[in-house]
Design a binder for this molecule. Sequence first.
Ligand code: SF4
Length: 360
Amino acid sequence: HGENIKETQNLIHQSKTIFEACMVYKNLFFKGDILEPSADGWNLYEMKASTKVKDEYIPDLAFQKYICEKNGIKIKNCFIEYINKDYIKQGNIIPNELVLQEDVTGDVNQIDDIEENSEKYIKIIEQGEPLEISISKKCNKPYECPLKDECRNNLPEYHVLQLTNWRKYWELFEDGILDIKDIPKDEILSSDKDQVIKEAVDENKIIINKDKIRNFLNKLQYSLYYLDFETFDTAIPIFDQSRPYQKIPFQYSLHIQDENDKVKHFDFLAQREKDPRPELLVRLEKEIGQTGSVIVFNKTFEISVLKKLAEDFPKYESFIKDTISRIIDLAGLFKNFDYYNPIQKGRYSLKAVLPAITGK
Ligand code: SF4
């Protein structure tokens, strides 16, 4: 970054707005987003792809401010720029409406331990050996640690962190009970799901709640429509009548099973760069019929996609409402562990459930 550091100094002398300004102080370095000259100092801007201001952005700006000031650059104000989740694209993007700004100068100024922390962290980096730190609640905060799987590989195959009640599993973990099999018999697991997990592990068997499964099957009305959407989302909306990070369906798969177990398959895949939603709606309305259960895996996702479609294309509202009223969530059975195989290890996603049932 040597060139960038020099260029930053040049532009500072010319009092120009700098994108990706780079600065060093001792062995500390930052590459910021925007450094802007103001009447009596400079303003720092941090651009975030997030739709809200998060606490962890503040120390980042405080670190940049600290280095700037050690270089003799007085920072007047600090801002976070973030995405307006309610922005709806109509024609050209209007940057001032898409991006919101929050003045966080007060919060940044309250941070006064940059020097102390930097020295501490540098010592840790220079140590060569990683610190002896155990798995804890901190592994998820503020971000999920990317080494989580590696660390957990050292735990027993069926470890207590696979339980669903996090208060309980941390309590057990901190008491040194790592293996589900070691949970004492008199330990009260208040969650029904955790009792299922424990029973499955202790007895090494698949737990099946036949009554619940029978009730589920009794609710089904033929023909059955197995529906699955694929979506994509972008921070800057691409299509008119869409918002930042809105999930845009570009593909669906629809298997229709009649009472004689005959299965027909339909699918939709967007072909061009244009908005896939209008064509998808025309096809879906034609193929999904008007009666029969619509089976999805994890209804929250499919329902939210359908609701947004109804909002953005009101012409289809009544067909979408009818479709939503026909939805039955197959994931519900697995979420409640009405079927539970120990190899699911506390999970109920399709990736966990499919091998548990098919053995593949
Ligand atoms: S999961 Fe990450 S944060 Fe947690 S102990 Fe392992 S390396 Fe440290």
